[in-house]
Ligand binder design. Structure first.
Ligand code: FE2
Length: 290
């Protein structure tokens, strides 16, 4: 690749503040996954509350799926790299999420939904990101959209980097979803060997990169596969420059404007205060959540 072809959009890259391996866990009815963005990183990576990575070719790891469960107060973004999963929720939405598709669900005041695999063998691989809502929007009506792979905005840089713009804006290409309060940027990057990718980022926005194939470098620091690089918020840095290793790489680049509000979480409910959590629990118990 001739990296000289790539546009120069960033004069100084952010540095890697730390690398995070995540924690192996299981959720739903026993789906094995890696919680990359854990609760202890919620303040540091505000407005993001969670990132789970799942990937297995063993049906025992995923077949049970996620039977009916509630959410309130935030948004869930599921990105399926490989596999098929059916979504149904109490707001009447239903959709099939498959290879390369994204499901964006704003739980708002509450939904009860299920996510059930539609395959008995083969690979199931993808990510679920939780994006917080500002306090004023936490009780908004639920919203839902499915995007098939072909419906997601995509472009390829002169360097040969294939970019899927799930949210936000990159190189003049608007993403599938935009949000005013948190201004989320969510890119899936496929970098050929040695390719370079630049993305401007507002200094105050929190940002991270998760590598799920190959290896890449940021500011001279190697980021290996299955690691999240938390990017430092340096005032003088105007974005991030990502350079793929010799085998190329696939990675998520995620950034957003912090809400700087109190976070009160109890499982699938994320509010601002404990009182609001008690309210969510009693609404759920009494059938008023959805
Ligand atoms: Fe869920």
């Amino acid at each position: 690749m001739d990296s000289a072809l790539s546009p120069r959009l960033v004069s100084q890259t952010r540095q890697v503040e730390r690398l995070v391996a995540g924690q192996a866990t299981s959720d739903g009815a026993g789906v094995r996954l890696t919680r990359v963005l854990t609760q202890e990183l919620q303040r540091r990576l505000d407005p993001f509350l969670m990132l789970d990575a799942f990937g297995s070719d063993n049906p025992d790891d995923y077949i049970a799926g996620f039977p009916d469960h509630p959410h309130r107060g935030f948004e869930t973004v599921t990105y399926m790299i490989a596999g098929r999963m059916r979504h149904r929720d109490s707001a009447g939405h239903e959709g099939l999420l498959e290879n390369g598709g994204v499901q964006w669900m704003t739980a708002g005041r509450g939904v009860i939904h299920s996510e059930i695999p539609q395959q008995e063998q083969g690979v199931m691989e993808g990510f679920q990101l939780w994006l917080n809502l500002p306090g004023r929007d936490k009780l908004q009506p639920p919203w839902y959209r499915d995007f098939k792979a072909g419906e997601l905005p995509r472009f390829t840089t002169p360097d040969g980097v294939a970019v899927t713009v799930i949210a936000g804006e990159s190189h003049g290409v608007a993403g599938a979803v935009t949000r005013d309060a948190t201004a989320p940027l969510y890119l899936d990057l496929q970098l050929p060997a040695g390719a370079r990718f630049e993305q401007p980022l507002p200094a105050g926005h929190n940002a991270f990169v998760y590598v799920y194939r190959g290896e890449l470098g940021i500011g001279g620091r190697a980021v290996p596969v299955q690691r999240m690089a938390v990017l430092a918020n340096e005032a003088q840095a105007d974005g991030v420059v990502i350079e793929a290793g010799a085998a190329g790489a696939r990675a998520l680049l995620i950034a957003g404007r912090p809400l700087k509000e109190p976070i009160a979480q109890y499982g699938p409910f994320v509010m601002n205060t404990q009182q609001e959590i008690y309210q969510a629990l009693s609404d759920f118990r009494d059938g008023r959540l959805a």
